[in-house]
Design a protein around this ligand. Structure first.
Ligand code: DOR
Ligand code: ZN
Length: 434
């Protein structure tokens, strides 16, 4: 590997596992970064002897934290499982994912939560956290003690593999979550009883107005001031109304329903792709968006290639999240700083996990990018679902990904990793896990 050099140094740092040389920091300063114990140990002249990577000419970013993925597994392993989903994450520069609880069966009790964590501990290549379902029969305090990172996504209206929750049950759940000191994450939609036989109707059945009403209703029902995070908001007006943290997906930023044939189920997702006009308004809210998360919701080609109203909602995206945004950075549409904030710093802060970054003590998770965009193709991606709605979009993929101070992915190859489980702040019990 031409990038690698091994040299003797006079100032030793015995903890060093890797040295990133000639890194251009966000301030413009060029420095060497020494990594050890899973952290940044020093920024400046090289300390210690370890493998080195010359980062001249590369864009070095703190790796992303994708707080909204559906890693599937179990009976849905043909769509995705922890292994394929985490490979897809790493190859896109994402080293930490937060798994959503609408699995089959859903994560509604501590024993299922424990199974989910064990599955990830055994099979994931990347760091992870697992959320708890919010349903009338979920005992939220037990899930908090079992280690749930956050509560939800809570389905205000039904979506794939999730029933909508009643106003009364949501109000009670928000009280419980508030008293635990947890975070409620909300899938805010309202669904009309029309049949959606194409993308235009899908956008009307789960309409922008319905999303706005759901956001307002959640806030009305939140009488105790629970911390609320709004998942995948898809319109400017619901962002304006949201009093909580705001997440937006790449598919709502990069795609509109006009990009697809009207009855193409591959564009079917909840909340729906909106009109091009609405997409542009959404983009206008860039500065208010706290977090970009993928809502990676893989379904197989066969699942999707059904008649529109029968096809499941959801599209994959964990691997293309950062690469698509970086193509926009390179053509000057958005700033690099804002991408680092929305994909890495703010999500880590929201979850309360150590931030990845360039300061001593930061989590040593990085992704190294060449400054060359290329068109996305499904073949280059690692999700088991085998397709992407971003085919042909320009993107910048990482050549090297570092997790816990070690190279875990390089030029299409994966190396041994030591994934961490980030439990939530309420974690107490140990007997569910190996
Ligand atoms: O389109 C969606 N698909 N929206 C969701 O909220 C769930 C997801 C899934 O799990 O497939
Ligand atoms: Zn959702």
């Amino acid at each position: 590997m031409p990038l690698w050099l091994r040299e003797k140094e006079t100032t030793m740092d015995t903890r060093a596992t890797l040295i990133l040389c000639n890194v251009t920091l966000p301030t413009g300063r060029v420095a060497d970064i020494t990594l050890g114990d899973g952290k940044v140990t020093h920024v400046g002249a090289v300390r210690g002897m370890a493998d080195r990577i010359d980062c001249s000419g590369l864009l070095v970013l703190p790796a992303a934290v994708d707080i909204h993925v559906h890693m599937r597994g179990g009976s849905q392993s043909a769509k995705e499982d922890w292994k394929s989903g985490s490979m897809s994450a790493l190859a896109g520069g994402v080293t930490t994912v937060v798994d959503q609880p609408n699995t089959l069966p859903p994560v509604t009790n501590p024993s299922r939560f424990g199974d989910r964590v064990s599955d990830a501990l055994n099979n994931s290549l990347c760091n992870f956290a697992v959320n708890s379902s919010v349903t009338p029969d979920t005992h939220l305090p037990s899930m908090w003690e079992a280690g749930a990172m956050a509560f939800g996504e809570t389905f205000f209206a039904p979506s794939s593999y999730g029933d909508g929750i009643s106003d009364a049950a949501l109000s009670l759940a928000l009280k419980d979550i508030q008293s635990l000191g947890g975070l409620a994450t909300i899938h805010a939609e309202t669904v009309s009883d029309l049949t959606d036989t194409d993308l235009v109707l899908h956008d009307q059945v789960r309409s922008p107005v319905g999303e706005l009403q759901a956001v307002k209703a959640v806030q009305r029902l939140n009488t105790t001031g629970c911390r609320v995070h709004f998942c995948h908001l898809s319109t400017k007006r619901s962002i304006d109304a949201a009093a909580g943290s705001v997440e937006v997906t790449p598919h709502h930023l990069f795609l509109s329903l006009e990009d697809f044939e009207k009855n193409n189920p591959f564009g079917k997702v909840n909340p729906p792709l909106r009109t091009e006009k609405e997409r542009k308004h959404l983009l206008g809210k860039w500065d208010r968006i706290d977090i970009i998360a993928s809502d990676h919701a893989p379904h197989t080609l066969n699942d999707k290639a059904q008649e529109f109203s029968r096809a499941p909602s959801g599209i994959p995206g964990v691997e293309t999240l950062l690469p698509l945004l970086l193509a926009w950075v390179m053509n000057g549409k958005i700033s690099l700083h804002s991408v680092i904030q929305k994909t890495s710093r703010v999500p880590a802060e929201l979850l309360g996990i150590p931030p990845a970054g360039f300061k001593a003590g930061d989590r040593a998770d990085f992704a190294l990018f060449p400054k060359v965009p290329c068109p996305v193709t499904a073949e280059m991606l690692h999700s088991r679902c085998g397709w992407t709605p971003f085919e042909g979009h320009m993107a910048v993929f990482p050549t090297t990904v570092i997790m816990g101070g070690r190279v875990v992915y390089q030029d299409g190859e994966f190396f041994k990793s030591e994934p961490r489980w980030f439990s939530g702040k309420g974690y107490r019990r140990h007997h569910y896990y190996p």
